[in-house]
Design a protein around this ligand. Sequence first.
Ligand SMILES: *[C@@H]1O[C@H](CO)[C@@H](O)[C@H](O)[C@H]1NC(C)=O
Ligand SMILES: *[C@@H]1O[C@H](CO)[C@@H](O)[C@H](O)[C@H]1NC(C)=O
Ligand SMILES: *[C@@H]1O[C@H](CO)[C@@H](O)[C@H](O)[C@H]1NC(C)=O
Length: 260
Amino acid sequence: MNPPKPFPILCLLFLAIEEVFKALDPIEIINFSIISKRTKGIAKQMSFFPKYSMGLFINETLDIMFCGTGDMVSWFYAMTSDIKMDGKIEEDESDGCIIRRVFKYSKDPVEEWKQLFKHVREIFKKQTIDVLRITVDSFLGQNVSIIEYLKVNMKSVDLCYLFQTNYINNVDKHTAYLLDNIKIISELTHYLYTENYDFDGKIPKNLQHLCIYNSQWFGFERLLIHDETKEISGGIDIRKIDGKTATFFVHYTGFSMSVH
Ligand SMILES: *[C@@H]1O[C@H](CO)[C@@H](O)[C@H](O)[C@H]1NC(C)=O
Ligand SMILES: *[C@@H]1O[C@H](CO)[C@@H](O)[C@H](O)[C@H]1NC(C)=O
Ligand SMILES: *[C@@H]1O[C@H](CO)[C@@H](O)[C@H](O)[C@H]1NC(C)=O
């Protein structure tokens, strides 16, 4: 039996190619775009990509995440150093949303993820990232290089979530370095066990939501430097420079702030 005839997508007219692309998911688009210079060039011309929001998730693997507006599926392209996972596809469901994760093995996952993200950012024309979720004590040896890379390759991140796996690891310096180098626009949620009272990381200004757990180290003065404050029941109100009000709630595990 003859092998199936390949579909000559590159011979189609541009509008027809675009229709074919609309039927592809982001992982298929990436796979197509890395075949050759020509396929990359074609992928770059597609106009409908802005509908995807994009995230970077760093934990045991380094993932690039896509989420379409409207459809309840998110796709993860995960770089792993575990060869047994190569080519595996995991499917999960969370809050009615389907999560599809494709694994790719690499001897040097950090390096390959960096290259892939650069490529993807170019194809999907993204200057900013919607979500950054980092377990700061994963890839410890490459902590600085990952942050420097992010600093150069994305303008800002909208939502940022910081985690830590092992409370024994001191991540104070790492976290301060991250906060100094990455611009966070609307939300920072922080689950780290920072305990160093000298922690001198900069907390981003103008956030709509700030949530810090395990925050024994955290001096309120750090937040109060620029604003007018008064205590109200159930929280501390801060009138921000832009006229909005932020309310702080102190919990036994930490505190949170929301702007309204
Ligand atoms: C990181 O990966 C570990 C192991 O798979 C998992 O237990 C943990 O929940 C993950 N952390 C985050 C923040 O996703
Ligand atoms: C895309 O490429 C990855 C990595 O090579 C592979 O595991 C996956 O099966 C491919 N996915 C599709 C939908 O072609
Ligand atoms: C990077 O991680 C190492 C531990 O592997 C730590 O000693 C160092 O302080 C960290 N540096 C920064 C800037 O995060």
